[in-house]
Design a protein around this ligand. Structure first.
Ligand SMILES: NC(=O)c1ccc[n+]([C@@H]2O[C@H](COP(=O)([O-])OP(=O)(O)OC[C@H]3O[C@@H](n4cnc5c(N)ncnc54)[C@H](OP(=O)(O)O)[C@@H]3O)[C@@H](O)[C@H]2O)c1
Length: 294
């Protein structure tokens, strides 16, 4: 089986590369080798390589910058997904695509189901929703190879820029830190997300829209402040910092950002766990494993 991966130098791409199941032929491309906004390049690459599956790990993920960088954000997250999907349809290729919790507005108070109504608050969230819609337009009906969209949240890995690495740096530089305590979600180690993407690539009978994050107690989710507190206590235990610093919970209003984020974005992951027959690892166990690698 041949699998083409886009965006292979990002967090997810990196974890896909180091967890490729044996016996597969994986072709990894990043923006330099395959710019997914280039419709002709997408078409000719897929026509030439004839993969069985494409995993789209490419995305424009600068959530705040997207508010002023709209054109490129929509080009990568929306229109390019349309090109990929149309080409996959023409060549009978399965498509595994990754989306985000930021397509929701955060007004719910219980975990979001895949069918809940999206209402993005930001350009990034809207562009990712448009990407989902363009994919569904091309592949939802009569595409034998199938497709899977997996929405995820709060992704981190050893590779790339993310909250965990930023916190570790700031905790070593500052005397104290204020962290947003009124946004609730669930972290996801990109390593676990990569495993889910490989399974979705291989299990062609599993099709549709899914949610995946690591798990949390009674699916209640955590705040960024809770996440930072765990990063500090695990980091201290593991010798990644010499001393701990006081952490305080601040409000979203105290930390204004260009892009509005959902206050609550915990997602229900039952469907994917059932479809793939596994139990999502707890976010804290995953965080410990990732931090052992830092
Ligand atoms: N990070 C999160 O917290 C988070 C949360 C929810 C959902 N997600 C979703 O999860 C997926 C993986 O995210 P991630 O954290 O791994 O992202 P990431 O680390 O930002 O990686 C994205 C990759 O896409 C590449 N890319 C950007 N534009 C491209 C283009 N035109 N053609 C080809 N490649 C291009 C980037 O390459 P360059 O650097 O060369 O541009 C980069 O290697 C994305 O779909 C994202 O929307 C992420």
């Amino acid at each position: 089986m041949k699998i083409l991966i886009t965006g292979s130098k990002g967090q997810l791409g990196y974890e896909l590369q180091r967890s490729c199941p044996t016996g597969l032929e994986a072709i990894y491309t990043d923006s330099a080798e395959l710019d997914i906004t280039d419709r002709d390049a997408v078409f000719s690459t897929i026509a030439e390589l004839k993969p069985d599956v494409v995993i789209n790990a490419a995305a424009y993920t600068a959530v705040d910058k997207a508010e002023t960088d709209k054109e490129i954000c929509y080009a990568v997250n929306a229109h390019a997904v349309g090109h990929l999907a149309t080409t996959c349809r023409q060549h009978g290729v399965r498509l595994v695509h990754v989306s985000t919790d930021f397509i929701f507005n955060g007004e719910k108070q219980s975990p979001y189901q895949p069918e809940d109504t999206p209402a993005p608050l930001s350009v990034y969230g809207d562009s990712k929703l448009k990407g989902e819609q363009q994919l569904l337009e091309a592949l939802a009906v009569d595409h034998k190879a199938g497709y899977a969209i997996v929405r995820t949240s709060w992704v981190y890995s050893r590779h790339g820029n993310n909250f965990v690495k930023t916190m570790l740096r700031l905790m070593n530089e500052r005397d104290q830190l204020g962290i947003v305590g009124d946004q609730i979600g669930t972290p996801t180690w990109a390593h676990n997300l990569a495993w889910v993407c490989w399974q979705l690539a291989l299990q062609s009978e599993v099709n549709g829209l899914f949610h995946y994050s690591d798990s949390s107690e009674q699916t209640q989710g955590i705040s960024w402040y809770d996440f930072a507190s765990a990063i500090q206590s695990i980091g201290f235990e593991q010798g990644l910092m010499c001393e701990t610093i006081p952490l305080g919970a601040i409000t979203t209003a105290d930390y204004p950002t260009p892009a509005k984020r959902p206050t609550y974005s915990v997602m229900d992951t039952c469907r994917i766990q059932k479809a793939l027959g596994f139990t999502a690892p707890h976010w804290r166990d995953s965080l410990k494993k990732m931090m052992q690698e830092v």
